[in-house]
Design a protein around this ligand. Structure first.
Ligand code: C2E
Ligand code: MG
Ligand code: MG
Ligand code: MG
Length: 284
């Protein structure tokens, strides 16, 4: 009977949709074994202070090295992880790995080194999920919450439920900081910058891309930076690819830049090596 129902269900799909659905199912199964088989890798991309060039922050970006397909983008597998519930284990793994590394970098590189983690809306809002496990891990390793920044997107704050507000407070109580990711792509309502306690605003790379003197994106970026500073937030520009973009952002008072100009996301071992060599000259 189950088999018949299955056939029935699939008869509503066109062949192309069937292939896509099957593909998703296979990939979800592969993801399940990827977690056990250590195919998930954490990459890091430096976040550079535009005034000094110092690297005291980095964003953790997840990679899946699929044995047959090669690198699978998080844009492709995070949605599968969400719909299958695997996101919980994956998010915990990202946190544990990041914590281990940021602890080392706070000892070796800079006492206030921070690692930024992405939390998708589904992940952030999942029912019953709390950050107790994180807080325990922080305590166990003796790392203050300030070592971690959680990146969330605007959509989450737009219709912020009591649960969202509550979780943000939980993070803040632990000293964990919050960044608003991809700013400018959503509704970009400025009111919630005031309403919620947010530390960083990340200007989306669609703005950075079009930066030119006297362009409208330049005017907009300048306004965002001034406003963010007035509200006590620091600004990180995403997708900085050229020296001109970096210089325009620095002149506009932007605090930090992140992008291919400085470095692409890289395996954690390579990033660690970069950090160790990067700070060495400043030590003497
Ligand atoms: P995001 O958080 O906005 O991350 C920035 C994305 O921009 C990354 O894509 C990064 O590789 C890319 N990028 C950085 N600099 C440049 C540049 O100069 N030019 C261009 N064209 N791109 C640049 P990536 O690594 O493919 O990640 C895509 C998205 O997947 C992330 O966007 C984030 O939303 C999500 N993601 C990544 N890792 C995780 C994770 O551990 N958990 C969750 N929930 N989501 C994740
Ligand atoms: Mg991000
Ligand atoms: Mg972003
Ligand atoms: Mg983005």
């Amino acid at each position: 009977a189950a088999k018949g129902a299955g056939r029935n269900r699939f008869s509503y799909f066109t062949p192309a949709l069937q292939v896509a659905a099957l593909n998703r199912m296979r990939l979800t199964n592969d993801l399940r074994s990827a977690i056990k088989g250590e195919q998930l890798k954490l990459y890091f991309q430096p976040i550079v202070h535009l005034g000094t060039g110092a690297i005291h922050k980095a964003e953790a970006l997840l990679r899946w090295e699929h044995p047959q397909r090669g690198l699978v983008s998080p844009l492709e597998f995070i949605p599968l992880a969400e719909s299958s519930g695997l996101i919980v284990d994956i998010g915990q793994w990202v946190f544990d790995e990041s914590l281990r590394w940021v602890r080392r970098w706070r000892q070796d590189i800079h006492p206030e080194f921070q690692v930024s983690l992405n939390q998708s809306p589904v992940e952030f809002q999942r029912e019953g999920g709390t950050y107790d496990v994180w807080l325990r891990a922080l305590r166990q390793l003796g790392v203050p919450g300030q070592a971690i920044v959680v990146e969330i997107t605007e959509g989450l704050l737009l219709d912020a439920s009591a649960m969202v507000t509550d979780k943000l407070l939980q993070l803040r109580d632990a000293g964990i900081q919050v960044a608003l990711d991809d700013f400018g792509t959503g509704y970009s309502s400025l009111s919630y910058l005031n309403k919620f306690d947010i530390d960083y605003l990340k200007i989306d790379r669609s703005f950075t891309r079009n930066l030119a003197p006297d362009s409208s994106d330049m005017a907009l970026s300048e306004a965002i930076i001034v406003m963010a500073h007035k509200l006590g937030l620091s600004v990180i520009a995403e997708g900085v690819e050229t020296a001109e973009q970096r210089d325009l952002l620095a002149a506009a008072g932007c605090d930090y830049g992140q992008g291919y100009l400085f470095a692409r996301p890289m395996p954690v071992e390579a990033f660690d090596a970069l950090l160790q060599s990067h700070v060495a000259p400043a030590e003497d």
